[in-house]
Design a protein around this ligand. Structure first.
Ligand SMILES: [Zn+2]
Ligand SMILES: [Zn+2]
Length: 304
């Protein structure tokens, strides 16, 4: 329909972005002015054009009402009360500092830093990517309810598909979104290279990290949200499978959000380690299959 092209069509696309953004932000703490068209109350915005990689900053609504000049501890003198009181933008300043600190230690690889769910380009992509993104949005929405007394057990995701289907990209945007929206300690780790080598090394008496195995595992088991990239089946190594089992078992018991990516379906774990990993995975995660064209080769840019 020719009359639908042009401004009308663009408007529809904008509305879709707005509704995705408000769904994502629905349960997040708001540090801005309610109804602000730029931040929808969040109080912070991400400027993709700032610096080399883009940067977070205070939304205009907070800049305008700031009374403290942006200096910690973000207090100002109130003549009526004849004393120092918190600046209206104080919450946003503190959230901003926390986001910067958490991003710096999230472990997300450089190519996926500052990528968000609403900037993933879904044009000409398969249905499985759209389904995975829907689950990612739902996961983030549910995460905001985790402290309510009636909140259900957190459900993570098990994203599986071959190389280049976009599973690591989606997993990393979830880490970025959790930090942006809730300022929680969300972390990315790649299982094969980082974790196993570090843990193995820590059992070698000649190694500098000897004896640190327990600490590394404890650290991974306690991140508020964790992405484990390349959660592969190790049929030959009972030690590795037992380590992986302990990790996901501990995260399940503590109701901590865990997102896994794998080249193999969850079923592949059935005959490994007495099926124990498999049964925990089923409780911990929703399985999502990503298939289709080579996503990474087709378009490595996601910020539009
Ligand atoms: Zn605003
Ligand atoms: Zn201020």
């Amino acid at each position: 329909m020719a009359y639908m092209t042009g401004p009308t069509k663009r408007k529809t696309a904008e509305n879709k972005d707005d509704s995705l953004r408000s769904r994502l932000q629905a349960n997040a703490p708001h540090y801005g002015v309610e109804g602000c068209p730029q931040c929808q109350g969040l109080g912070l915005v991400f400027d993709p054009l700032a610096g080399k990689m883009g940067a977070y900053e205070l939304c205009q609504c907070n800049k305008e009402r700031c009374q403290c000049g942006g200096e910690p501890p973000y207090l100002y003198f109130d003549a009526k009360k004849n004393g120092m009181v918190p600046c209206p933008a104080r919450g946003a300043y503190i959230a901003l500092e926390r986001i910067r600190r958490l991003n710096a230690s999230s472990g997300v690889p450089a190519r996926f830093q500052n990528r968000f769910l609403d900037t993933i380009d879904v044009k000409d992509r398969g249905i499985s990517l759209l389904i995975a993104l829907d689950h990612a949005v739902e996961t983030i929405f549910q995460y905001g309810l985790r402290n309510r007394p009636d909140a259900p057990q957190l459900q993570g995701l098990y994203l599986y598909g071959s190389t280049g289907t976009g599973k690591s990209h989606i997993a990393c945007t979830i880490v970025n979104e959790l930090i942006r929206l809730y300022q929680v300690e969300a972390h990315y780790a790649k299982i094969s290279r980082d974790i196993l080598n570090r843990i193995r090394e820590s059992f070698n008496t000649a190694s500098d990290s000897y004896g640190m195995g327990g600490r590394i595992e404890k650290e991974l088991a306690s991140h508020e949200a964790l992405v484990i990239d390349d959660f592969g089946v190790h049929r030959e190594s009972p030690w590795v499978n037992s380590t992986l089992y302990d990790l996901i078992d501990s995260r399940y018991e503590r109701n901590l959000l865990t997102i896994l990516t794998s080249n193999e379906p969850m079923d592949s774990w059935k005959d490994v380690f007495g099926g124990r990993v498999y049964s925990r995975l089923r409780q911990l995660c929703i399985e999502i299959h990503l298939d289709g064209d080579d996503y990474r080769l087709k378009d490595s840019r996601s910020i539009t």
